[in-house]
Design a protein around this ligand. Structure first.
Ligand code: F6R
Length: 357
């Protein structure tokens, strides 16, 4: 039930800190350490390459998950859109492990890949919010998101839950391989939950940003570098699906290779700056679009911020920033849709689970 909330989407955005805490709890053992079934760890360690298969927002979570798994557990990872995988199958490694990421566990495009790779004799793990869902039943192993039912068509808390579970999988796998993880994930996810609360209490600011930048615009661009690029892709998907504003996410460095031609007087450009090693370069990209008339909205992380920034998110571990930087994307999209009189929870032409090819 949505209780006093006007929309499920807003309720689900607000639930994110609680979901983080619930995930930590569910994946902790009695001595407070993060834990994953031994079968799953063996499958991870037996494989020489992981193939993440997903669609939409879950695909965007996969892109970030690849960074977690490669940087923490040092296993190579490829991320694929499920609808393309069947006829564009890459040359597989000798010992592949397939990870399906699906909130609903019912996405037909992903299921088709599961059927296909099972026939080939490969192992599979489903990361899903729905126990007993098709993808969970048919895969060898399951990890649950513990996010509670997600009702709004636009996925919010499932995305951050997917990231948290992928980070836990990466950390526990790393430890099982004697690879040192130089931070405590339990502690860092706790910091993420607290930071999410700060953003939850800053709604007026995101409503103001949506009003100022998105009330009348035809389009909007999201730019970022490194892991911020992936969050920009998710920001653009959120905005287009509920506000119907044409939105695209770009890697900052790609702008000059074509996209910058789209910038006109007043075009909103939302730039993410949460990564120290690309902070100067992304700010350089903002200058380039501003010189062509863009209306920039820089969202940075505390410690990397400058006077020109529109919003500064609290500091979290640099690998975990997507868990936090996506929240402004969700809230800005929510308010943009509201201001434009769109049906936030049930956008036109979309269904919550896509059970047809
Ligand atoms: C976007 C959204 C969709 C889903 C996609 C995959 O907000 O909800 O892009 O992420 O249809 O759905 P699942 O995760 O259920 O497989």
């Amino acid at each position: 039930e949505k209780g006093t909330y006007p929309h499920y989407m807003l309720k689900e955005i607000d639930e994110q800190p609680a979901v983080m805490r619930k995930i930590i709890q569910n994946y902790q053992n009695d001595s407070g350490e993060l834990q994953i079934d031994q079968d799953i760890l063996s499958a991870m360690n037996d494989s020489d390459r992981i193939y993440i298969i997903a669609a939409g927002t879950s695909y965007h979570a996969g892109l970030v998950g690849k960074q977690f798994l490669e940087r923490m557990a040092q296993i190579p990872v490829e991320v694929h859109i499920s609808s393309e995988f069947g006829y564009n199958m890459p040359l597989l490694s000798k010992k592949p492990l397939f990870i399906f990421i699906s909130q609903s566990g019912e996405t037909a495009d992903s299921r088709q890949v599961l059927v296909q790779i099972k026939e080939m004799g490969h192992k599979s793990l489903t990361i899903t919010n729905v126990q007993g869902s098709t993808l969970s039943r048919e895969a060898d192993y399951t990890l649950l998101l513990h996010a509670g039912p997600e009702i709004a068509v636009a996925s919010t808390k499932a995305y951050t839950a997917q990231l948290a579970v992928l980070a836990i999988l990466a950390e526990v796998t790393a430890k099982s391989r004697d690879i040192e993880v130089p931070f405590s994930l339990v502690q860092e996810l706790g910091i993420v939950a607290n930071a999410m609360e700060v953003l939850r209490d800053s709604k007026e600011e995101f409503e103001a940003i949506a009003r100022e930048y998105l009330s009348v615009t035809r389009n909007c661009f999201f730019i970022g570098r490194g892991i911020d690029f992936y969050v920009g892709l998710e920001g653009a998907l959120k905005l287009k699906e509920i506000s119907y504003i044409q939105a695209e996410g770009f890697a900052g460095g790609e702008l000059k290779h074509g996209t910058i031609a789209l910038i006109e007087e007043g075009t909103p450009v939302i730039a993410l700056a949460t990564q120290k090693f690309v902070n100067l370069s992304i700010r350089g990209n903002v200058k380039e679009v501003v010189a062509r008339g863009a209306n920039p909205c820089i969202i940075s992380m505390d410690g990397l911020n400058t006077d020109e920034d529109r919003f500064v998110i609290p500091e979290v571990h640099e690998l975990l920033t997507p868990l936090i930087s996506v929240v402004p994307m969700q809230l800005i999209s929510y308010y943009a849709a509201l201001h434009r009189d769109c049906d936030v929870d049930k956008p036109r032409n979309l269904a919550k689970s896509v059970t047809v090819e």
